[in-house]
Design a protein around this ligand. Sequence first.
Ligand SMILES: NC(=O)C1=CN([C@@H]2O[C@H](COP(=O)(O)OP(=O)(O)OC[C@H]3O[C@@H](n4cnc5c(N)ncnc54)[C@H](OP(=O)(O)O)[C@@H]3O)[C@@H](O)[C@H]2O)[C@@H](O)CC1
Ligand SMILES: Nc1ncnc2c1ncn2[C@@H]1O[C@H](COP(=O)(O)OP(=O)(O)O)[C@@H](O)[C@H]1O
Ligand SMILES: [Mg+2]
Length: 286
Amino acid sequence: MIQLSQKIAANVIQPRKSQSYKGTYGRVLIIGGNANLGGAVIMNAQAAVQSGAGLVTVATDFSNKTAIHARLPEAMVVDYHDHLADYIQKADVVLIGSGLGEEVDILKTCLKAVQENQIVIIDGSAITMMAEHNLDLPKAQVVLTPHQMEWQRLGEVAIADQSREDNNWEALVSFHPEPILVLKSNATQVYLEHELYQLSVGGPYQATGGMGDTLAGMIAGFTAQFHPLGPAVLSAVYCHSAIAAELSKSAYVTLPSKIAEAIPAYMNKLADMPLSATGLDEEQEE
Ligand SMILES: NC(=O)C1=CN([C@@H]2O[C@H](COP(=O)(O)OP(=O)(O)OC[C@H]3O[C@@H](n4cnc5c(N)ncnc54)[C@H](OP(=O)(O)O)[C@@H]3O)[C@@H](O)[C@H]2O)[C@@H](O)CC1
Ligand SMILES: Nc1ncnc2c1ncn2[C@@H]1O[C@H](COP(=O)(O)OP(=O)(O)O)[C@@H](O)[C@H]1O
Ligand SMILES: [Mg+2]
């Protein structure tokens, strides 16, 4: 088991090159937000934009359009009932599921349209629907971000059995292609290429609706601009909770949108950090 550390995150987040433009930092398509759960995609998109994704488009129930534009003018908005496959084709990273509710046709269109070279982050309602409708993972680079109940539904590992690493690995090998699993809880773990990473920052100040939507948006923003995929996911997971821990010094609860606002400053700190300050020369394996 490897502790997720600032070292891992800082290794991923580098100063930007002057010869770059928005296209350099990736195109993210967020699919989610039914007529009642538009807040989820606002939190996804806010986190992706603040993480530095070059271009962010939200494909959603069109009743969410004005709210998204008002909260986040940086994001583009399209109706997820129209030409969804065309929008998917143009994306580097697709994040699907936050606040998607029971829109299974949208999910099926997405699973069919994504290509092998694309990163697909599957969150929230999409995980629940994949379990309910027995849907296969798409042939793409997949990141699953379930909370414990969602993992019980999809991985068929009872919550009480999820504390045993072997049970989760056993469930994971039955998926093709084998995804990266971000198993969220009060002690989040990342299962990545036969290695288990343990998160030990963060706390109960994060137990509020939208916290996972914000994490999913950060993973989208990080994986759009930082390569390879695995370290980018680890870095997003660490930064999400490390920012919450910093905010918790002066806040009883750390609201998802406040975490999103704090992302650029935190990333700046890590990008500027000298190697010695992060302990980049030390090994932290246990
Ligand atoms: N503003 C918005 O638009 C928001 C939109 N959202 C969107 O709503 C959709 C539904 O997501 P969801 O997570 O709220 O519901 P669901 O999948 O039914 O899971 C809840 C069930 O699981 C159980 N449970 C057990 N362990 C658990 C654990 N560790 N963490 C969490 N739950 C745990 C729990 O147990 P209970 O609390 O009842 O004891 C309950 O029975 C999803 O797409 C999401 O993105 C939300 O983000 C909120 C803000
Ligand atoms: N007690 C806690 N300690 C640390 N992190 C927590 C705690 N409770 C919740 N979280 C974090 O908050 C997020 C909750 O995700 P999720 O349940 O998907 O939220 P939502 O769907 O409402 O956005 C996860 O990242 C989880 O690790
Ligand atoms: Mg969630």
